[in-house]
Write a protein that binds this ligand. Sequence first.
Ligand SMILES: Nc1ncnc2c1ncn2[C@@H]1O[C@H](COP(=O)(O)OP(=O)(O)OP(=O)(O)O)[C@@H](O)[C@H]1O
Length: 266
Amino acid sequence: MSMSDERDARIGKVILDMQNISLRFGGVKALTDISFNVKEHEIRAIIGPNGAGKSSMLNVINGVYVPQDGGIEFDGKQFGRMTSRRAAEMGVARTFQNLALFKGMSVLDNIMTGRNLRMKSGLLSQAFRIFGAEKEEIAHREFVENIIDFLEIQAYRKTPVGRLPYGLQKRVDLGRALAMEPRMLLLDEPMAGMNIEEKQDMSRFILDVNDEFGTTIVLIEHDMGVVMDISDRVVVLDYGKKIGDGTPSEVRSNEDVIRAYLGVEH
Ligand SMILES: Nc1ncnc2c1ncn2[C@@H]1O[C@H](COP(=O)(O)OP(=O)(O)OP(=O)(O)O)[C@@H](O)[C@H]1O
């Protein structure tokens, strides 16, 4: 079996179904009647020129924006509206284009913040805290140390994040999201502002997360090139409308997509 056959065999049922989503800000139509799905274990990219609606779509998926029309089905459950709390409970985590890290805190402590939701959840874990707070803390630390090893940032464990080069800060942000043990990871322009080597490293980590943890990944990006190599399927937005949807090679030969990208400076 080739690498891509192996990947195809792992991809499962539809886990996220976005149905006829429309979102307006006053008179601005950010998204118009957009439908697409994401399958389990898939790497799904949403691409498009500036202002196409990519960030808006990501914010609809994780419940930050509520669309005026449309529905969302996650893991077989239908939601008229998603809330950020519900998205988090369903196992959706995200990274941010403008990093949401505590610059003065160490790499280790920043990634620990990703464990907070887990530590606070449930009565059982509260009981656990009364009887074995230390044990729980140790278990979380171990989990975080494993992420640090996985992302190859051991050398910077104690370094304040603000002192690291941008590419490494993006990796720490990925680590923080991974600490939530997400079922679905939303990556907001994970390669923006990176040099070629940093982009290659980030691509490899995204593929490794997907392979080793089976995490479903939805990423947005406006640079078409970098995502084509790592994505299973790609949705293309332009002016809030869906103009293409398919494998990277299908999307690359789509006339509307070529026109949208040729017509706009990047
Ligand atoms: N909170 C908001 N209030 C008003 N208009 C908004 C808001 N968020 C987005 N928009 C508008 O919606 C449209 C889509 O924007 P969005 O940020 O989703 O695009 P994008 O594809 O992510 O762009 P970029 O690649 O530049 O980040 C744009 O016209 C934008 O100005």
